[in-house]
Design a protein around this ligand. Structure first.
Ligand SMILES: Cc1cc2nc3c(=O)[nH]c(=O)nc-3n(C[C@H](O)[C@H](O)[C@H](O)COP(=O)(O)O)c2cc1C
Length: 204
């Protein structure tokens, strides 16, 4: 009995040393597969947005959209630009809302503090804003109408108290018929930023 145990131990050790154990044989194809997957990923075609110049332009009154814009800028490596009205809104919510309401009622284009970036040099503009009465604020309209954005990819993103982004998307598409206004992101929770950027080829 002792002899048999000794013999079995020796056989096991021999198999382990020569690498012929059942477990090792199974491990080999898995390692190969990992290599193949990596190779495939390397050979994958570059996303259409590779080497494109990106601007993250945003307007924010109380800071929510600014925070999201900064996150998006850090993830995409684009340049960051804050859209600011020439005449800043009052700090208090009520008076700021009164002015915003008047601007909307008058379909105004509030003047912006300059200088504006030269938008010609950018291929993709990520455009951030708070939702104001289901729409983008009028200062954002001033911004997108200030220069020719024909042929550019526009990616809207917004924060809100609960309203969705679709009204402003539709309005931007109407305002910019010669640009590609993509489906936007309502970023009230930041959890969807990465997947949205990936969908648009801006994050691997
Ligand atoms: C003038 C004004 C109008 C607003 N209208 C809406 C609205 O229609 N729907 C909504 O969900 N939130 C509305 N809000 C809330 C803002 O969209 C929300 O607080 C947003 O996150 C603010 O972004 P900010 O901090 O970047 O300015 C409004 C806020 C203001 C000041």
């Amino acid at each position: 009995m002792k002899k048999i145990v000794l013999m079995l131990t020796a056989v096991f050790m021999l198999l382990a040393l020569t690498g012929c154990g059942g477990e090792k044989k199974e491990a080999a194809p898995a390692a190969k597969q990992t290599g193949t997957v990596t190779k495939k990923a390397e050979a994958a075609p570059a996303p259409a947005t590779e080497n494109k110049k990106i601007l993250v332009a945003y307007f924010s009154l109380t800071g929510n959209t600014r925070e999201v814009a900064r996150m998006i800028q850090a993830k995409t490596g684009g340049e960051l630009y804050e859209i600011k009205p020439e005449k800043p809104y009052p700090k208090e919510y009520g008076p700021a809302t009164d002015i915003a309401k008047k601007e909307k009622a008058e379909n105004a284009r509030p003047k912006l503090a300059g200088p504006l970036p030269d938008l010609k040099q950018y291929d993709i503009i990520l455009l951030g804003y708070p939702i104001w009465w289901y729409m983008e604020p009028m200062a954002v309209k001033t911004f997108v109408e200030a220069q020719d954005l024909s042929g550019k990819i526009i990616l809207p993103f917004a924060t809100s108290g609960g309203s969705d982004i679709t009204g402003s998307e539709a309005d931007l598409r109407k305002t910019l018929p010669n640009s590609q206004v993509k489906d936007g992101l309502l970023a009230n929770s930041t959890g969807f930023i990465d997947s949205w950027l990936k969908e648009n080829g801006l994050l691997k």
